[in-house]
Design a protein around this ligand. Structure first.
Ligand code: FES
Length: 178
């Protein structure tokens, strides 16, 4: 039995999670469903330690197991995400059609100047102003449209520098209005 040593969540949050957990009880993939709903509820789309501890205690699941699930699935985040997410495919088809150059120029524009960061296996970087998250993915499964970039969940095929720059400017304006 996992014990909850300190309750760090507001009462309304606890009520929400209790309801979600009760709704998922006994279902296959219940833990994934709970975690997805928990992340969806958070405006910055991430799972805080407090939330994970609460879920662990209430589902009687070891915290280490919850962390292993969260770190295994790319859809879960342990850190607050930017207001905008740009995800660049680094699969072979996209790579041969210039996705690395797109990634490099995007990172440069958003203030990431360390060349080592571009070569990391998996990229998930947040700008310090909280406005952008840059991610990479192994393949979107849309190789015929290479290079593929996803901007706030909208998929763009045959992406090029100019279009990406235009998107970035558009996001910058929209974000400033909020
Ligand atoms: S390699 Fe980029 S979509 Fe498949």
């Amino acid at each position: 039995m996992v014990t909850l040593t300190s309750v760090a969540l507001a009462e309304s949050d606890q009520e929400f999670f209790d309801k979600v957990i009760a709704g998922q009880r006994g279902r296959p993939g219940a833990l994934l469903g709970i975690l997805e709903k928990a992340q969806e509820r958070e405006p910055r789309k991430f799972l805080s330690r407090e939330v994970l501890e609460y879920i662990a205690a209430k589902t009687d699941t070891p915290l280490a197991r919850i962390y292993s699930v969260v770190t295994f699935y790319a859809l879960f985040n342990l850190e607050p995400q930017g207001k905008n997410t740009i995800c660049i495919c680094r699969g072979t088809a996209c790579h041969t059609r210039g996705s690395r150059e797109l990634l490099e120029s995007l990172m440069f524009k958003l203030g990431f100047h360390d060349p080592e960061e571009v070569t990391a296996d998996k990229i998930a970087l947040n700008t310090s102003d909280g406005n952008y998250t840059i991610r990479t993915v192994a393949c979107f499964g849309q190789c015929a449209l290479a290079p593929v970039v996803e901007v706030n969940h909208a998929v763009y095929g045959h992406m090029n520098e100019q279009t990406l720059q235009r998107e970035l400017e558009h996001l910058g304006k929209e974000t400033a209005k909020k």
